[in-house]
Design a protein. Structure first.
Length: 450
């Protein structure tokens, strides 16, 4: 998954920090390293700043600390515990993470993000870097959280990278892939690694993720790997083996490749990517046939504006949560293609919680027409019979949300003319109608179906 991919920028940061510790032993500034490094002064120290905590992958913080975030791993089955450290990796470096929640507080913007969020990131980064001259900070800039936030502001990565150089591993979390195509190459040229997937916007099979690295970063990692002892390479290989095979690494990092167990090929991830690339390539083809990206972005904006309006028409049991749009290449069409809503069963009561929305999510995928209250109309039963898919609930300050989105499959239908906007909106309104219906009859449905 995109969270699995966190392992790679963490590896870059561990190598960079160990390099700083080794080369700094002869300088006066390194006399000030924290006491926990006195027994092993070459030990690395990495602090990951998890932006939009709670609105990115649920296991991001554990993964950023070099820990398993699930009982299942891509390679090796179900033999780990959540929060368990990756094998041997913590012998090489301390790894910590700071979660920075984006929303809430009295100074939140209309879209929910804190006005002082950039200052929080600056303070956390400078605190960690000042505490240890060998510390490396993994800074995440999120190019679209689960609700479409882009945080922190681009100036944060620009400033910290300029101020601290290679002590900042500046990562772009582009896992939602809801941005303009120019964003990823620009980030690679200016900043650092990019985490991405083929499963979110593009709709490929789950657990299809990848990491782009700038050539300069790869070259530097290889220099650091050449300076490490064979024992250290064996530790790095053991830590990576739950996620990667030597085929996945290839000749990009040759010393790490050679240290990995030979033979095994993860055919599953290749099949996932074959399917994911098909979705990407067919959207590119439809884009060319439609006359280019400008025309496609018009379709994106048309759907977003129409869907936002539609989402305001199902009150009082369904409430549209205003979205935030960003200029530049941060969003395809310059708009947030995620439409988030809150639900209420009692119009005078609280919003449904995340556990309650998980039950709504399950009901949305089923034909529940026979379980409605006896007084329900035939129109309501027709809506209830439809099987609809939403995004999983996201717990944010102010009330948890469910999400519906514009994905590549729908966009291809719009661009190709297979379905016009009016037809697509009719389908989308059925989804909103069913959400509002379930919210209105939530207590009755739970007493009869779950």
């Amino acid at each position: 998954s995109g969270t699995d991919a966190e392992t790679m920028p963490l590896l870059q940061a561990v190598l960079e920090s160990r390099h700083l510790a080794r080369t700094g032993l002869t300088t006066a500034s390194f006399a000030g390293r924290p006491k926990q490094f006195s027994d092993d002064p070459t030990r690395g120290n990495v602090v990951s700043l998890v932006a939009c905590a709670g609105e990115v992958g649920s296991g991001t913080t554990e993964a950023a600390m070099g820990r398993f975030f699930s009982k299942s791993v891509p390679l090796g089955g179900n033999h780990v515990a959540m929060g368990q450290e990756l094998p041997a990796l913590h012998e090489l470096a301390d790894m910590d993470a700071v979660e920075l929640v984006a929303r809430g507080g009295p100074d939140a913007l209309d879209g929910g993000a804190r006005l002082d969020y950039d200052e929080l990131i600056f303070a956390a980064a400078r605190k960690a870097l000042a505490a240890d001259p060998a510390c490396v900070v993994v800074l995440h800039t999120v190019a679209g959280s689960k609700t479409g936030l882009r945080l922190p502001s681009p100036v944060v990565a620009d400033t910290l990278k300029r101020e601290f150089g290679n002590r900042i591993v500046s990562v772009l979390d582009a896992c939602q892939m809801r941005h303009h195509p120019e964003l990823i190459p620009r980030w690679l040229d200016e900043q650092g690694p990019v985490l991405m997937t083929s499963s979110k916007f593009f709709g490929g099979p789950s657990f299809g993720s990848g990491v782009f690295f700038p050539h300069e970063a790869v070259d530097r990692m290889n220099v650091h790997l050449d300076a490490e002892a064979p024992k250290t390479l064996a530790v790095l290989a053991e830590a990576c083996a739950s996620y990667l095979t030597h085929h996945d690494i290839g000749d990009v990092l040759p010393r790490l490749h050679d240290a990995m167990p030979p033979g095994f090929c993860n055919v599953g991830v290749l099949l996932r990517w074959a399917a994911g690339l098909h979705e990407m390539e067919t959207l590119r083809l439809e884009t060319e046939n439609a006359g280019g990206l400008v025309r496609v972005e018009e379709h994106v904006r048309d759907w977003v504006h129409a869907m936002r309006l539609a989402a305001t028409q199902f009150a009082p049991h369904l409430e549209y949560v205003p979205a935030t749009d960003y200029e530049g290449d941060w969003q395809l069409g310059g708009v947030n293609t995620i439409v988030a809503v809150r639900l209420k069963s009692d119009t005078d009561g609280p919003y449904l919680s995340t556990p309650e929305l998980k039950k709504v999510y399950a009901l949305m995928t089923a034909d529940i027409s026979e379980f409605l209250a006896p007084e329900s109309t035939m129109a309501e039963r027709r809506v209830a019979s439809q099987r609809c898919l939403t995004g999983q609930p996201v717990d944010i300050p102010g009330g948890s949300v469910l999400r519906t989105v514009l994905g590549a499959a729908q966009l291809k239908d719009l661009v190709s003319g297979k379905q016009n906007l009016e037809q697509m909106l009719e389908d989308d309104k059925v989804l909103l109608s069913k959400l509002a219906l379930i919210a209105r009859q939530y207590d009755y449905l739970l007493s009869h179906t779950l």
